[in-house]
Ligand binder design. Structure first.
Ligand code: ZN
Length: 337
């Protein structure tokens, strides 16, 4: 029996997300989450997954979502980021079924200062739910790992209560992931802070599971955001096994893997580390930097400012904008509004 015997092709939410992650955890695989910034990058991710017969997660970062809406739109009050994420989600919903694979639509890191973005996407979910009985997005991520554990849990619980009503999944982060991503620079953080403790996982599990089981945890086990040659990052994925064991024992649960873990900042990990993490219950792994292609300096020197597709696609957009204006001028179609 394969995955398509238990969940349908197309965008999946709610109970089907539960089935997907349970199936992945039991069968020892995880689903990559690909950060997309345009319809073409979404299509590339869907095509790749279809051709190797895999489910896939399409995710939008705050910056990626604003980019999706168009650089010509102001992002005041997160307006462009909300619009872009919603537009991207609708594109995925329009085409996903044609690829014949289960697809998860997700939004990536949302720190406290970006909560208006989260609120806007959640409002779109609630509106979609009122019409179709499911949220627009399958899941969202809240990243309050820079705040205290208490505050992190409190804000997550506040949102989780709202999300549970529309069967939307929440991913949260605890502990600090090093490196730099989407403008958050943690490259100077003390090493000890890079490892989440078992008690943290238990506290989150206790608080969240009272509301719903539709949540996952991005725990820190030495992860670093960014691109590194394999072996350069000292990961301890075996800690995830300790967390699972601790939650199981403390709560006297049946399952050996009661927690769904998410792997962030894994670009510098060895295949062995990734396998260990998956064996201990990682069901989703982020793959932001795979979308940054065409770098002649090689994959370990990302040079994000140049080789991120957003940079060169934007240059093409500017050229096209100038040409469209020329076409308008040729037709006296100027200042007629
Ligand atoms: Zn993270």
């Amino acid at each position: 029996m394969g995955l398509l015997d238990i969940v349908p092709a197309g965008v999946i939410t709610g109970d089907n997300i539960r089935k997907l992650y349970q199936y992945a955890s039991q069968h020892g695989f995880a689903i990559p989450a690909i950060n997309c910034t345009s319809s073409s990058t979404i299509n590339a991710a869907l095509e790749a997954a279809r051709d190797i017969k895999s489910p896939i997660i399409i995710q939008f970062s705050n910056g990626g979502a604003a980019y999706y809406a168009g650089k010509g739109i102001s992002n005041k009050d997160e307006k462009a980021a909300i619009l872009g994420a919603v537009a991207g989600a609708h594109h995925v919903r329009t085409v996903a079924k044609s690829y014949g694979i289960p697809v998860v639509i997700h939004s990536d890191h949302c720190a406290k200062k970006l909560l208006p973005w989260f609120d806007g996407m959640l409002a779109a979910d609630e509106e979609y739910f009122a019409k179709f009985g499911e949220p627009l997005f399958s899941s969202h991520m809240l990243d309050l790992s820079e705040d205290s554990k208490e505050e992190n849990i409190e804000i997550c619980v506040h949102y989780l209560e709202r999300m549970a009503k529309i069967n939307c999944h929440l991913e949260m982060e605890i502990g600090i992931t090093g490196g730099e991503e989407d403008g958050v620079d943690n490259s100077e953080v003390d090493n000890a802070a890079l490892y989440t403790q078992p008690q943290d996982i238990l506290d989150i599990y206790n608080a969240f599971s009272k509301i719903t089981d539709l949540f996952s945890i991005a725990a820190a086990f030495g992860n670093v955001h960014g691109v590194y040659a394999p072996g350069n990052v000292k990961l301890h994925p075996e800690l995830l096994g300790k967390h699972q064991q601790y939650v199981k024992e403390q709560l006297k649960l049946q399952s050996d893997k009661p927690v769904w873990f998410v792997f962030h900042g894994g670009s510098g990990s060895t295949e062995q580390d990734i396998q260990t993490a998956v064996n201990f219950g990682v069901v989703k792994m982020n793959g932001y930097l795979q979308g940054q292609v065409g770098n002649p300096d090689g994959p370990t020197k990302p040079n994000k400012k140049f080789y991120d597709p957003r940079v060169w696609v934007r240059e093409a957009e500017k050229t096209m904008t100038a040409r469209v204006q020329q076409a308008c001028r040729d037709l006296n179609n100027v200042n007629v509004l």
